[in-house]
Ligand binder design. Structure first.
Ligand SMILES: [Zn+2]
Length: 86
């Protein structure tokens, strides 16, 4: 049975990061472009957490990784900032 987010009910995967923590992530791999001090965070399949952006030149993609579920969770977003539903 796959774990689900308690907030929004979406499927998540737990990726073991290099510092020994399990991080809830979205189950699909996304392309990322590593960039220092970027706001985005990606976890590589072998557990490295990297600052990155999620858009860029496809020819220069750094790799594929998992995006933290905290940054995509609809439920979490509701607490952080109220966004107008479009
Ligand atoms: Zn969620």
């Amino acid at each position: 049975m796959s774990p689900k987010c308690r907030g929004c009910g979406e499927y998540i995967v737990f990726i073991q990061t290099s510092n020994g923590k399990s991080m809830p992530c979205d189950p699909s791999l996304v392309p990322y472009w590593a960039k220092e001090k970027s706001a985005g965070k990606v976890v590589t399949p072998n557990g490295k957490v990297i600052s990155c952006e999620f858009e860029g030149d496809l020819n220069k993609v750094t790799g594929f990784g998992y995006i933290s579920h905290f940054s995509t969770c609809h439920h979490a977003a509701r607490f952080k900032r109220k966004r107008r539903p479009s």
